[in-house]
Design a protein around this ligand. Structure first.
Ligand code: NAD
Ligand code: UDP
Ligand code: UDP
Length: 322
């Protein structure tokens, strides 16, 4: 959809060279906006946005958001943060700094230029939940000193900062609690379950099931998630969230393994490994609020989304020998 020049906005996407960020940049460019993508390439890559570099309305900036950034923009999508347990536990102090110092800098920027700002928060703020499915008014059960805390508590503190800048300085904020999302441009080695299982199935290697495989997750296809983020940013200023964005259809990891093996046509065996510490037993969003306020719900089923994701990994394996 092309927009008139009056509605063209200057939009900063931090973490824009990552998995979700690159799809968001594409979507916002297609709507006719000017996009500044800021990324330190910690887990994202130029390859994810290389097809956008020739577009005069797209600018790629190598920048770490734990340092101040002085630019002029109308909206900020703050996505910068490693998202997979393997990546965020690799340098946990940097993970917390990215969520906390990074959010302070982006909120300071939003305050100076009067921009609207959205936080990509996470279902991890609910920790290993006793309430199921999770609604936004549930406060969560997070181990503050465990190996996931750098991410979970970092995001919880980022949410606190967003709400305090909103209450104290009147900033226009939006907080999205994103549940497990998958699709093309996931990092092939980031250890997340969908990319792991697909890579293992394509390589004919054993599928690594952690624990007994009965833990559950719900998987949202990336296009659906991006639609939710854009609707949230465009919602009335009175709506701050937090709002759950995810697919409420819940699967065990064993179900997921079987679906991926079927899609790939692989005969890989299942190999059982210990469950990582603090791994949530079950997770599924209640998306009633997103439906009511944003008119949003995911429309891509797991079979459809997996087919597109398997195609992506198959093509990459052929082209680049990853
Ligand atoms: P990703 O790792 O692919 O993307 C994160 C991007 O942020 C990368 O490009 C990385 O290089 C960049 N980055 C990291 N630290 C940075 C810093 N200090 N300064 C600048 N850039 C930095 O992960 P993703 O899956 O695309 O996740 C994007 C956002 O969505 C993250 O904030 C994540 O916490 C959130 N989220 C994702 C999921 C999911 O299932 N993918 C679920 C919940 C929340
Ligand atoms: N900041 C930034 N870009 C700006 C404005 C501020 O990166 O355009 C950073 C700056 O480093 C500052 C932080 O945001 O420390 C918080 O800004 P705020 O104005 O809230 O607080 P203060 O300047 O008093 O620390
Ligand atoms: N998992 C698994 N095998 C893998 C990778 C992950 O069984 O090779 C499990 C993991 O223990 C967790 C679920 O899959 O229960 C989702 O893991 P992921 O790292 O993708 O996301 P998160 O735990 O952050 O939801």
């Amino acid at each position: 959809m092309k927009r008139g020049c009056n509605s063209r906005k200057r939009i900063l996407v931090t973490g824009g060279a990552g998995f979700i960020g690159s799809h968001l940049c594409e979507r916002l460019l297609a709507e006719g906006h000017d996009i500044l993508c800021a990324d330190n390439f910690y887990t994202g890559t130029r390859d994810n946005v290389v097809h956008l570099l020739g577009n005069p309305h797209f600018e790629l900036l190598r920048h770490d958001i734990t340092f101040p950034l002085y630019v002029e923009v109308d909206e900020i999508y703050n996505l910068a943060c490693p998202a997979s347990p393997v990546h965020y536990q690799n340098d946990p102090v940097q993970t917390t700094k990215t969520s906390v110092h990074g959010s302070i800098n982006m909120l300071g920027l939003a305050k100076r230029v009067g921009a609207k700002i959205l936080l990509a928060s996470t279902s991890e703020v609910y920790g290993d939940p006793e309430v199921h499915p999770q609604k936004e008014d549930y406060w969560g059960r997070v181990n503050p000193i465990g190996p996931r805390a750098c991410y979970d508590e970092g995001k919880r503190c980022a949410e606190t900062l967003f709400f305090d800048y909103h209450r104290q300085m009147g900033l226009r904020i939006k907080v999205a609690r994103i549940f497990n999302t998958y699709g093309p441009r996931m990092h092939p080695n980031d250890g997340r379950v969908v990319s792991n299982f697909i890579m293992q199935a394509l390589g004919g290697e054993p599928i690594t099931i952690y624990g007994d495989g009965q833990q559950t997750r719900s998987f949202c296809y990336v296009d659906d998630l991006v639609e939710g983020l854009v609707r949230l940013m465009n919602s009335d200023d009175s709506f701050t969230g937090p709002v759950n964005l995810g697919n409420p259809v819940e699967f065990t990891m064993l179900d997921l393994a079987q679906s991926i093996l079927r899609h790939v046509g692989s005969g890989s065996e299942l190999a059982f490994h210990p469950l990582p510490q603090d791994d949530p037993r079950q997770r599924c969003p209640d998306i009633t609020l997103a439906g009511q306020v944003l008119g949003w719900r995911p429309v891509t089923g797991l079979d459809d989304g997996l087919a597109r994701t398997v195609d992506y990994f198959r093509t990459r394996l052929c082209e680049q020998g990853i």
